[in-house]
Design a protein around this ligand. Structure first.
Ligand code: LMR
Length: 343
């Protein structure tokens, strides 16, 4: 009963997000907004491309979405999932979505910086304190305004999937204080916030596509990186990195996006069944993300030396990062930063 209610409320939230993005039904009398217009689920194929490896929560979520949607649509909708960047890497997948070469992607929000620098709010270190606060911000709070800005860019956010809190890995020494990072060269995803984070902490940063990062670490192009535990484990960084620092210093999460060309071309019955499947897959993906993070933390400890920052140690990092908070408050917006801080 409780679970049913949670799924229902999530559907409501997602419908709200869609309405905010202008992606819902556009018909005055409730008739179909596109596609065949006969109110029946259309026979379509959805290509879902992502960069996650087997064992990552976004991979599990995409596979679950396929399973649920194909079943709910009685096989009328086929979902082709292309994982591990095999179709498009993280630099190409956004363009591919806008060109309607694929219909769904779930990039890390950081990669969306090219469309709106405010999306870097996830990267601001030590801003979101809890997982619950994070979801509240995106499901019920100011985060919905940010997702609404995608409308102008030709994209619709169907859901927010969880990656989780980011941790540091490196191959030189344990990290307990900013000085331990001096001179390390971190692989980063993208964006000025992440560059500034490492600069303020005395380290270098280099943007490298996700699916090329293992090789970059292995060959010494970089000697450190940050990511969620599921990506560290499923990318096998433990084979080429010795030290893992549990810092929970930033978030890495995934808006699930479609493009407006595709979305406006399908009828309401098709949209509805996609949204129902998405709501259930979202519930599953978020639970999976948390379960996997716990599991991988234990497994990584078998291959890596692990330390966890204490609250006092985190305070030293936060102090060192003060210039960053000032630098990005205007870009991201104080009201959004405050809402995230309080959530
Ligand atoms: C990364 O580039 O580290 C992440 O965006 C990968 C992912 O999980 O999408």
């Amino acid at each position: 009963m409780k679970k049913k209610f949670r799924i229902l409320s999530l559907v409501t939230v997602l419908m709200f997000m869609l309405a905010a993005c202008g992606g819902g039904s556009n018909s005055a009398g409730g008739s179909d907004s596109g596609g065949s217009g006969n109110g029946e689920i259309e026979e379509i194929t959805i290509k879902f491309s992502h960069v996650g490896y087997a064992g990552a929560p976004k991979t599990a979520g995409a596979d679950k979405f396929k399973e649920i949607l194909e079943e709910k649509s009685d096989g009328k909708i086929t979902v082709e999932v292309y994982p591990a960047g095999q179709l498009y890497g993280d630099r190409e997948e956004l363009d591919a979505l806008l060109a309607n070469n694929v219909q769904i992607i779930n990039p890390s929000m950081t990669k969306m910086v090219v469309y709106n620098p405010q999306f870097q709010i996830l990267d601001i270190p030590f801003l979101f304190k809890t997982r619950e606060g994070f979801f509240d911000f995106w499901d019920n709070g100011k985060g919905q305004e940010l997702l609404g800005t995608l409308e102008d860019k030709g994209m619709v956010a169907l859901a927010m999937w969880e990656g989780g809190f980011k941790q540091f890995v490196n191959d030189r020494n344990p990290i307990t204080k900013p000085e331990d990072m001096e001179g390390l060269k971190f692989r980063i995803q993208a964006g000025d916030v992440l560059e500034s984070q490492f600069k303020n902490l005395g380290a270098d940063a280099s943007v490298i596509p996700y699916n090329e990062t293992y090789t970059a670490l292995q060959t010494g192009v970089v000697d450190s990186t940050e990511n969620i535990l599921a990506n560290i484990y499923s990318s096998k960084y433990q084979e080429v990195q010795k030290y893992l620092t549990i810092s929970d210093h930033g978030r890495l999460d995934y808006p699930v996006l479609t493009n407006t060309t595709f979305w406006n071309s399908i009828n309401d019955a098709t949209k509805d069944v996609i949204m129902e499947a998405m709501a259930e897959a979202t519930e599953f993906e978020r639970e999976e993300a948390q379960k996997l993070a716990d599991q991988y933390r234990e497994e990584l400890a078998q291959d890596m030396e692990v330390n966890e920052l204490t609250d006092e140690e985190k305070e030293v990092f936060i102090e060192k990062l003060q210039p960053l908070y000032k630098e990005f408050e205007d870009i991201i917006g104080k009201e959004y930063m405050d809402a995230a801080r309080e959530s």
